[in-house]
Design a protein around this ligand. Structure first.
Ligand SMILES: Cc1cc2nc3c(=O)[nH]c(=O)nc-3n(C[C@H](O)[C@H](O)[C@H](O)COP(=O)(O)OP(=O)(O)OC[C@H]3O[C@@H](n4cnc5c(N)ncnc54)[C@H](O)[C@@H]3O)c2cc1C
Length: 758
């Protein structure tokens, strides 16, 4: 039987990337390109980012590209009046240390040329073969080219660009077969901007290893370093009207001249004008900026790849990798995959790449609006807020784009030493939590509060005056009221600690959990019986995203982590001392301390950060585990305090053998609870429910192997030593497991780490 054969239409970035992948996966193919030469002298800068770089490294063609181009070392934003809005001198270092490589702009032609040169067997690349017609059969496909040659294969991949002939052919074939239009949204590609892509000798005053963006109303520039003192640049201009499909305009030299005349006075950086840049040009061409993605990308044995499916730059190589992986899997399953098996493979490819491509299309669209200052809001964000973006915030935003990139799973990876491993290199399997689970948990909290709320309405005072006790009495135990109060307040200290720690988690920075203070203030008015469940519900709600556990940093601000122990001691020593030394239980003092913990941490953290400026920033801090020794120490302290406090305050001392407080209160005392006990019961139950939830959630994302036995053990721990102890221990364990599951794993046997060839 003839081997499975792929026909690739189009010899540009997508087509040649796939050709390399198929060659290295030992899948037979032929590539048909309509032009007489591969890599004609057209186009300008093409960006390679870490997500694409990893695949090019696997193919063995990253090093030649790296050697031929300058990396983007720094990034700045300049506004239309020439003022500097943001300058990030270490942009390149951050990217490389975080994701393994710096962003590089390369001549599109050089990328195509390198992909071509990397092929061992170049006889499979056929030029001057314009595909004009496709025929689909149940056991294969045929392609007819302009010169009348017919090629036979098992699968056709249309990597023939935005005006794809293959796309039109699938549409025709599907319509003939089924009578339905496969791409009713064929006009899905829209256009709101036009762009001049250029390459120039860097005018004096521009350092050619820096990238910068310039924002003006209705237009924006991006300049990036090229080889040998050159600059790649893109000048985007807003069109008067949005066009779609066939009505999208093509541009000529006259259009370029017109734009240059109009905008040559734009001062894009340090006195350098657009006119200077243009006059120094080596090449420049104007194209419509098309955007969009089709809902379907395949029919039977024909599939689209790259711009023919999704018109957005820079992701064609990743889509090619997913397609190659799927084809290899299909061939491993069946030597010559049937149409049904191919359908499975192509269906997965479509599903996997569609969401990602759509996100990129939407993101690019929003970014474009922002950079061309389209609305007052985007103007405000770009000109007023963007300058406050720290490298940490930028790294946290960009990691979302890189971390989920595919790799060639049947080829070895080069050794990686970046701080943030890609998603397929780690043990954790982050996924979005079902909204139903989140709602059920929130509902449970509401029901518990609702059931116990009437008991809290009783007017009986929770603080009762106690006669001053002897030292012996104080050391050996407290009366029941004080026991309950101490137990209750110790439980709250761990809740405030968690609220404070989570407020320093970068992924929660812009959420309602980004500051601990509002919860402390709210507790003064409504009590922790309401604030704690509200916080837990919000926590569950905000941590259900895919990115909370990964790739957003787990580590919390290092200076804050260092501040916790001291701030905690300073904050809680007064109420602790007073509990044992004063004649009445210092409820007010405890309440104030719960509310002010964040106020104690923040200034101390700022002071620590100021003292260690320069040495505590960088990807190692953001993605590393330096905070852990401080948070572990903090949780140990919390745990110890809670345990000692619980033993002192054993709330059931003297009660008939009942040790398991919440169960005892619930089952034995039933409805005859006083408000103090209700408070305890409510908080204990809520904390235990939260404990179970967190254990389950950590297992859900494969960060731990904890199961039912761990839940039972933790509940026993909570019942015997108090929920505060159990929660402190759990949070510490969670941090350790979370960190370990984000680390790069050893490769599987068929995927050994080898040094990149070339
Ligand atoms: C001329 C040109 C210049 C570009 N310049 C830039 C740039 O400077 N910067 C940038 O970021 N992006 C540029 N792009 C876009 C960029 O190449 C793509 O966004 C991305 O690389 C995905 O490419 P692709 O391989 O899917 O499609 P394309 O790069 O468009 O390649 C399609 C290939 O298919 C061939 N082809 C088309 N029809 C047929 C047919 N019927 N039979 C056989 N072969 C056919 C074409 O000749 C071409 O080689 C350019 C695209 C083109 C076509």
């Amino acid at each position: 039987m003839a081997p499975f054969r792929v026909i690739i239409v189009g010899g540009s970035i997508a087509g040649l990337a796939l050709a390399n992948m198929l060659e290295q996966y030992e899948i037979d193919y032929v590539l048909l390109e309509k032009y007489p030469t591969i890599a004609p002298q057209v186009g300008a800068g093409f960006a390679i980012q870490p997500n694409g770089a990893r695949i090019l490294q696997q193919l063995g063609c990253y090093k030649p590209l790296e050697a031929a181009n300058e990396p983007v070392n720094s990034l700045s934003n300049v506004s239309f009046d020439g003022s500097l809005r943001m300058y990030e001198p270490e942009f390149g270092r951050w990217q490389e240390e975080s994701h393994g490589s710096k962003m590089r702009f390369m001549d599109r032609r050089k990328v195509i040329e390198t992909l071509f040169e990397n092929l061992r067997d170049k006889s499979k690349i056929l030029t001057s073969r314009e595909v004009i017609k496709l025929f689909s059969h149940s056991d294969g496909v045929e392609i007819e080219t302009g010169d009348g040659t017919v090629f036979h294969g098992d699968l056709v991949v249309g990597a023939d660009g935005v005006h794809s002939r293959v796309r039109r052919e699938i549409q025709r074939i599907a319509a003939e077969d089924t009578g339905r239009d496969l791409f009713p949204e064929d006009d899905a590609f829209t256009c709101e901007y036009r762009a001049i892509f250029g390459i120039s000798k860097a005018p004096e005053g521009i350092v050619p290893d820096q990238a910068f963006k310039w924002f003006g109303e209705g237009r924006n520039y991006l300049c990036a370093p090229g080889p040998n003192g050159t600059l790649y640049w893109i000048f985007d201009m807003k069109n008067e009207e949005k066009t779609q499909g066939k009505s999208i305009l093509r541009y000529t030299e006259n259009d370029i001249e017109e734009a240059v005349t109009l905008y040559r006075g734009d001062v894009i950086k340090d006195g350098v004008t657009f006119g200077d840049l243009f006059d120094n040009r080596i090449r420049a061409s104007m194209v419509p900026v098309e955007e969009g993605i089709l809902k379907t990308c395949f029919y039977k044995r024909i599939v689209l790849l790259g711009d023919s499916w999704h018109k957005v730059g820079y992701i064609a190589i990743q889509s090619a990798a997913t397609l190659a992986n799927e084809l290899k899997d299909a061939i491993i399953d069946e030597e010559t995959p049937s149409e049904a098996r191919l359908g499975l493979a192509l269906g997965y490819y479509q599903k996997a790449r569609q969401a990602k491509s759509l996100a990129v299309v939407e993101h690019s669209h929003q970014l474009q609006k922002m950079e061309a200052l389209e609305t007052p809001v985007t103007k405000f964000i770009q000109l007023k807020l963007a300058k406050y973006l720290s490298p940490e915030i930028m790294a946290n935003a960009t990691c979302q784009w890189y971390a989920w990139a595919p790799r060639l799973k049947h080829l070895p990876l080069s050794p990686q030493s970046n701080f943030l491993p890609f998603a397929d290199e780690i043990k954790m399997k982050p996924k979005r939590r079902s909204k139903i689970i989140t709602l059920l948990f929130a509902l449970f909290l509401i029901i518990v509060v609702f059931l116990l709320y009437p008991h809290l309405q009783q007017k009986e005072a929770i603080v009762t005056y106690e006669a001053k006790k002897s030292l012996f009495t104080r050391l050996t135990g407290l009366d029941k009221d004080r026991s309950l109060q101490l137990h209750y307040n110790l439980s709250i200290t761990i809740i405030t600690a968690i609220i404070s720690i989570e407020s320093y988690r970068m992924s929660l920075g812009l959420s309602l959990l980004g500051s601990a203070l509002p919860f402390g203030i709210a507790s003064i008015f409504v009590g922790w019986e309401f604030v704690a469940p509200a916080y837990f519900a919000l926590f569950v709600f905000h941590t259900g995203t895919k990115s909370y556990y990964y790739p957003c940093p787990r580590s919390i601000d290092l200076a804050a982590a260092q501040a916790f122990v001291f701030a905690y001691l300073v904050n809680y020593i007064p109420p602790i001392v007073c509990t044992f030394a004063c004649s009445t239980f210092p409820s007010l003092l405890w309440s104030i301390s719960h509310a002010t913990l964040p106020l104690a941490i923040r200034p101390l953290a700022k002071w620590i950060a100021r003292r260690s400026t320069g040495s505590i920033r960088g990807p190692a801090i953001l993605w590393g585990d330096q905070d852990m020794k401080y948070t572990t120490r903090f949780f140990s302290l919390m745990s110890m305090f809670s345990l000692v406090g619980y033993l002192f305050s054993n709330p059931l001392k003297g009660q008939s053998g009942a040790k398991l407080l919440p169960l005892y209160l619930l089952v034995v005392q039933g409805g005859s609870l006083d408000p103090s006990e209700v408070r305890i019961l409510l908080l204990d139950l809520i904390m235990m429910a939260f404990l179970c939830f967190i254990i389950w959630d950590t297992r859900r994302i494969n960060a731990s192997n904890a199961g039912l036995s761990t839940i039972l053990l933790t509940i026993s721990n909570a019942l015997l030593f108090g929920p505060a102890v159990a929660l402190a221990n759990l949070w510490s364990t969670r941090e350790t497991e979370w960190e370990a599951s984000r680390q790069r794993q050893e490769r599987p046997i068929d995927d050994k780490v080898v040094i990149e060839k070339a």
